[in-house]
Design a protein around this ligand. Structure first.
Ligand SMILES: NC(=O)c1ccc[n+]([C@@H]2O[C@H](COP(=O)([O-])OP(=O)(O)OC[C@H]3O[C@@H](n4cnc5c(N)ncnc54)[C@H](O)[C@@H]3O)[C@@H](O)[C@H]2O)c1
Length: 261
């Protein structure tokens, strides 16, 4: 399969926000292997182009699409272009997000607004736009990337609020869209091996790992595998659910337990 350039494709079309690196890039590669034409969205053109080129080199089909998801007009323009070039998006993965650690005394109005603008409003902008054709065509799946951190973690008030909001929005829309054969689900990763995590002090990482029963960080590919399942017909009876990919951290976060191994 080649890049369809500006021609319509009969392939299923997936759009992955923040697909230019980390978890998003792994999701793009996985969905391409599963036969989708993958639209790699990112803020950074070069990142999106590299991931799309990798997919093409491996015989898949992909194209980059630049838009800041916190800007609803830019999101609408991106979807207009994608629909004109490759057809309606049948699988949307709202992955783009920004993290950040801030004790509450450092949570300014600006910081709060910025985190929510990307991590919550960005999900709304893409979801609302994607749902138009999905509703009309009575087909589609949306997977939103939240985080185990929504359950609570130090320094995460803004991030957890946004990621909790994503879960609430997903559950509400899963009900609203149920008669239209459109499913919405959440994947909530725990500690995942990304550059951000690798840059942490070894001591801090070791402490964090104590809160993961499985005892290791997850890989972006393990998150991508959950997304692929929820995007596909294999999960056609599943909607409004949260699938944790966190090595058990969501069920048991006590930092020090007896070693039973
Ligand atoms: N890495 C983890 O351990 C972890 C854990 C739980 C949840 N998550 C969530 O997974 C998702 C991906 O995380 P990651 O670690 O791969 O992040 P990352 O920072 O490595 O990559 C995020 C990508 O999104 C892009 N992006 C950022 N803001 C954007 C915007 N406004 N519009 C379009 N693109 C934008 C960035 O340019 C970047 O390429 C995020 O939603 C994050 O909150 C990550």
């Amino acid at each position: 399969m080649s890049n369809p350039e500006d021609t319509h494709t009969s392939q299923k079309v997936a759009l992955v926000t923040g697909g230019g690196q980390g978890i998003g890039a792994a999701i793009c590669r996985r969905l391409a292997r599963d036969g989708y034409h993958v639209v790699v969205n990112d803020l950074e053109l070069e990142r999106a182009e590299v991931v799309a080129a990798d997919i093409l080199a491996l015989g898949g089909s992909a194209s980059p699409a630049i838009a800041d998801i916190s800007d609803s007009a830019a999101v609408d323009r991106m979807f207009d272009q994608v629909e004109a070039q490759v057809g309606p998006v049948t699988a949307l993965v709202n992955n783009a997000g920004i993290g950040g650690n801030a004790a509450i005394r450092n949570v300014t109005d600006e910081y709060w607004a910025h985190v929510l603008a990307v991590d919550l409003n960005g999900v709304l902008h893409c979801t609302r736009r994607a749902l138009g054709p999905m509703r009309d065509n009575r087909a589609g799946s949306i997977v939103n990337i939240s985080s185990r951190a929504w359950l609570g973690w130090w320094g995460q008030s803004a991030y957890a609020a946004a990621k909790a909001g994503v879960i609430g929005m997903t559950r509400a829309l899963a009900v609203e869209m149920s008669s239209r054969n459109v499913r919405l689900n959440v994947v909530a990763p725990g500690l995942i091996d990304t550059p951000l995590l690798r840059n942490r002090e070894p001591d801090a990482l070791a402490r964090l790992l104590k809160s993961v029963p499985i005892g290791r960080v997850g890989t972006p590919e393990e998150v991508a595998s959950a997304v692929a399942f929820l995007s596909s017909d294999r999960s056609r009876m599943v909607t409004g659910q949260v699938l944790y990919v966190c090595g058990g951290k969501s069920v048991y976060a006590y930092p020090d337990w007896p070693d039973e191994k």
